[in-house]
Design a binder for this molecule. Structure first.
Ligand code: GLN
Length: 317
């Protein structure tokens, strides 16, 4: 599906973007200094279509860490690598209806889904399980770089160190899962190293322009629209998008699916990645967060966008 009038489309998107600027509610995440120092006025937008057209607005080059947005890519990468069953033997598919970092498992004693911390820590432990840590990190950052094509993906060590130092809840979650035999290699694993890899992936850094291309790669079934390189299997993309649709926006996921009707994933840095399958990927970045941990402007932009363009999953009935 191509977008017929790119110029009209981008002009309208710019209007929506400027209109969304008046949203000033929310708070910048403050649990680590690297996030607390974010400028509350930062506001960026990028989109990239499956045929490679791009549009960037505002602070689209300001770097931010991926935080929970990484959960979607880690899942798709592992799924491409080991397949659907190997993951879902250990992680469910259901929204938890609980906070993203709550200590709870589903009725089968699995984490509810790969988009909340428990599930994401488990998925991280499935990244090239037997390899040395350095090789596992290289494997996954290379995946990210392929997804981003010509755009940069970096690692922010200060964010990583802070994440690791402020992670009591994630340690608690991991030990709780270990207690319940959640991990495939439960007895032999080094939990601390697994968590470090999880924090490292939260600390990958990019900007709106990069993330829009990565989202476009998901929209394009795993083939990067700028380099034509296959990064993910189509099945893994489909599965990741399904889970983003139902679980990608923390405790706002149900309402977001209802109002916007598109797969999305947010992170506490203020990034919201949205995918319009077979059409485009986009990223909105604004560090002001609502009580569910989603960017207020990110969510407002999406609602506004869907009022003007009928991309809601059920718009064409
Ligand atoms: N890195 C943080 C954590 O794992 C926050 C992740 C997020 O964006 N919710 O708790």
């Amino acid at each position: 599906l191509e977008i017929p009038q790119w110029r009209d489309f981008t002009a309208k998107v710019k209007e929506i973007f400027e209109d969304t600027r008046k949203v000033t509610e929310g708070e910048v995440a403050s649990y680590i200094p690297q996030l607390a120092r974010a400028n509350p006025n930062w506001f960026g937008f990028s989109m990239c279509t499956v045929d490679g057209s791009r549009c960037h607005l505002g602070d689209s080059k300001v770097p931010f860490c991926l935080q929970s947005v990484s959960k979607a890519f880690n899942y798709a990468a592992v799924s491409t690598d080991v397949g659907y069953e190997a993951i879902h033997k250990y992680v469910g598919h259901e929204p938890s209806g609980r906070l993203f970092n709550e200590i709870c498992l589903d009725s089968e004693q699995k984490p509810h889904n790969p988009m909340i911390n428990a599930g994401a820590i488990l998925v991280t432990s499935l990244i090239k399980t037997k390899w040395p840590m350095a090789e596992r990190f290289d494997f996954i950052i290379e995946k990210y770089r392929k997804l981003a094509g010509t755009y940069p993906v970096e690692f922010n060590n200060a964010t990583f160190l802070s994440e690791r130092d402020t992670a009591d809840r994630n340690y608690a979650l991991a030990y709780y899962m270990k207690e319940h035999n959640c991990f495939p290699h439960n007895e032999i694993m080094n939990l601390r190293e697994e968590l470090e890899l999880y924090f490292q992936l939260c600390s990958l850094e990019c900007n709106c322009e990069t993330l829009a291309v990565m989202a476009a790669t998901l929209a394009n079934g795993g083939i990067n629209p700028l380099t034509y390189v296959r990064c993910m299997s189509p099945e893994a993309c489909r599965d990741a998008l399904s889970l983003m649709f139902s679980c990608g926006m923390y405790d706002l996921s149900g309402r977001f699916a209802f109002q916007v009707g598109l797969p999305a994933k947010s992170g506490v840095s203020g990034a919201v990645m949205v995918v319009i399958p077979s059409v485009l990927g986009m990223c909105i970045f604004s560090p002001l967060l609502d009580r569910t941990g989603n960017s207020t402007r990110g969510v407002a932009f999406c609602r506004n966008f869907i009022k003007h363009f009928s991309f809601h999953n059920y718009d064409h009935l």
